[in-house]
Ligand binder design. Structure first.
Ligand code: HEM
Length: 393
C-alpha cells in the first residue's frame, strides 16, 4: 500500500510548488492526505471539483467544527477561539459581516486608493535605493508597501508598526502553540484598545467607520481588524517578492512587462496563478455527506482545496508549469472562489500592478544577489514565500 501523502508540503525552491504536488495533481480528483495534527483529510486536486466544492453550502469554514482540518499551529489556535473572523465564519453571520466591510474593498475604492498606493510604493523605493546596493527587497519594499496600505485602510497608526510586525511574525511563523497564543493575545488586546480609541474619537479608515456603531460589537471589530491586518499584508508581500523573482527568472517576459503597460494586468494574473501562495487557505469541513467524483466525503471529514494544485490542472491551464503572461490566466482560483473569495483581491491586484511596474521602471538593472533556488522558502503551513530577498542593482 502506498503511504498517505502529507499536506501541505515544503517548497524546496521558494518560487516553485513543492515537488510532491505534481504527483498529487496527476492522480485522482480527491486524495486522502495526512495533516500536521495527525488527522487525515480529503485533498481536492482538480480545478473542476475545487470550484464545485467551494460553492457547496454543505462545507463549513468554521474552525470550531469538530473534524476541521488542522494543518498548522496557526489553524490549531483558531480552533480554540470562541469568536471567528470572516474567513472562519459561515452564513448568515459571514454574509452580514462581509457586507459591512465591502464598501472599503470595491473596485472603485481600490482605484481611489491608487495615488496613495503610488506614493507609498515610490517612498519605499526611495528608501531602498538610498540604502544602496545590495539590499533586501523583501524587508525594504515587498513587506512595507502592503503593510502601510492596510494600516491606512484600517486606520491603524503606522507609528505602532514595529509592535505589529513583531507580534505577527511570532504568531504566523511559530511552531509553538504557547508562543503563538501569547502573540495572538497581545495583538488582539492592542486592537481592542484601538477600537475603544476610535469609539471615543472616530479616526479615518474602516475601524473609525464602524467603531461605536450598533452594526458590530467591539470584540468582533477588534478581531476582524487584526485578521485584516494579517491577511492584507502577508499574502501581498509574498506575491510582490515572488512576483519579482519570477519575472527576473523569465527575462523575455520581463522585457514585455516593462515595455507594454497593457501586459501588466495579465502578467499579474499569471503570477497569481503560477505562485498560488495560499496553500493554507480554502480549508473546510463537510457538514453533511457529499458525493463527488465517485467519492463519498462523510459529514465531519476535512476537505483541503489548495489553489497551488488546482491552478496547475493541465485540463484547464495548458502546460501548467510554464510561466506565460499571454495565457489569459484570469480564471485562476488564487483568491479562492465562492462565498469566501478574497475580500481584498481588488486591492491586492492594484498593489501588485503598481509595485512591480514601479520597481522595474526605477531599478532597470535589478538582479538577484543569490541564485533563485538558493532563496530560503518558508516552511509549509504558512502563506508561501520568502522572508529575505537579496538583490543588487
Ligand atoms: C495576493 C494577495 C492575496 C491572496 C493570494 C489572497 C488569497 C486569499 C484566498 C485564497 C482566500 C479564500 C480563503 C477561503 O476561501 O478559505 C482569501 C480570503 C480573504 N482575503 Fe485574501 N488574499 C490576498 C490579499 C488580501 C488582501 C490585500 C486583503 C485585505 C485585507 C485580504 C483579505 C481577505 C479576507 C478578509 C478574506 C476572507 C473573505 C471571506 O471569508 O469572506 N486578502 N484570500
Amino acid at each position: 500500500m502506498t503511504p498517505t501523502p502529507v499536506f501541505p508540503q515544503a517548497r524546496t525552491c521558494p518560487h516553485l510548488p513543492p515537488k510532491g504536488y505534481a504527483e498529487l495533481r496527476d492522480g485522482e480528483p480527491l486524495r486522502r492526505v495526512r495533516l500536521y495534527s495527525g488527522q487525515t483529510a480529503w485533498l481536492v486536486t482538480k480545478y473542476e471539483q475545487a470550484r464545485t466544492l467551494l460553492l457547496d453550502p454543505r462545507l463549513s469554514s468554521d474552525r470550531r467544527n469538530p473534524g476541521f482540518p488542522v494543518i498548522s499551529v496557526q489553524v490549531e489556535l483558531l480552533t480554540e477561539r470562541k469568536r471567528q473572523a470572516l474567513i472562519g465564519m459561515d452564513p448568515p453571520e459571514h454574509d452580514a459581516q462581509r457586507r459591512m466591510f465591502l464598501p472599503d474593498f470595491t473596485v472603485k475604492k481600490a482605484r481611489e486608493r491608487r495615488p496613495d498606493i503610488e506614493r507609498i510604493v515610490h517612498g519605499a523605493l526611495d528608501r531602498m535605493l538610498a540604502g544602496g546596493s545590495p539590499g533586501d527587497l523583501f524587508r525594504d519594499f515587498a513587506l512595507p508597501v502592503p503593510f502601510m496600505v492596510i494600516c491606512r485602510l484600517l486606520g491603524a497608526p503606522w507609528d505602532d508598526h514595529e509592535f505589529f510586525q513583531d507580534a505577527i511574525r511570532r504568531l504566523v511563523r511559530t511552531f509553538d502553540t504557547a508562543e503563538g497564543r501569547q502573540a495572538g493575545a497581545e495583538l488582539l488586546s492592542y486592537f481592542e484598545r484601538l477600537v475603544v480609541e476610535h469609539e471615543r474619537r472616530p479616526g479615518p479608515g474602516l475601524i473609525g467607520r464602524l467603531a461605536g456603531t450598533r452594526r458590530i460589537s467591539r470584540d468582533d471589530l477588534a478581531l476582524a481588524a487584526m485578521s485584516l491586518l494579517i491577511a492584507g499584508h502577508e499574502t501581498t508581500a509574498s506575491m510582490i517578492a515572488l512576483g519579482a523573482v519570477t519575472l527576473l527568472e523569465h527575462p523575455d517576459q520581463l522585457a514585455e512587462f516593462r515595455a507594454d503597460p497593457d501586459a501588466v494586468a495579465p502578467a499579474v494574473e499569471e503570477l497569481l496563478r503560477y505562485q498560488s501562495i495560499a496553500d493554507s487557505a480554502n480549508i473546510r469541513v463537510a457538514t453533511a455527506d457529499i458525493e463527488i467524483a465517485g467519492v463519498l466525503v462523510k459529514a465531519g471529514e476535512g476537505i483541503l482545496i489548495p489553489a497551488s494544485i488546482a491552478n496547475r490542472d493541465a485540463g484547464v491551464f495548458a502546460a501548467p508549469d510554464a510561466f506565460d503572461i499571454h495565457r489569459g490566466a484570469g480564471n485562476h482560483i488564487a483568491f479562492g472562489y465562492g462565498r469566501h473569495q478574497c475580500l481584498g483581491q481588488n486591492l491586492a491586484r492594484l498593489e501588485l500592478q503598481v509595485a512591480l511596474t514601479a520597481l522595474f521602471d526605477r531599478v532597470p538593472t535589478l538582479r538577484l544577489a543569490v541564485p533563485a533556488d538558493q532563496l530560503v522558502a518558508r516552511p509549509p503551513g504558512a502563506i508561501q514565500g520568502i522572508d529575505a530577498l537579496p538583490v543588487s542593482w
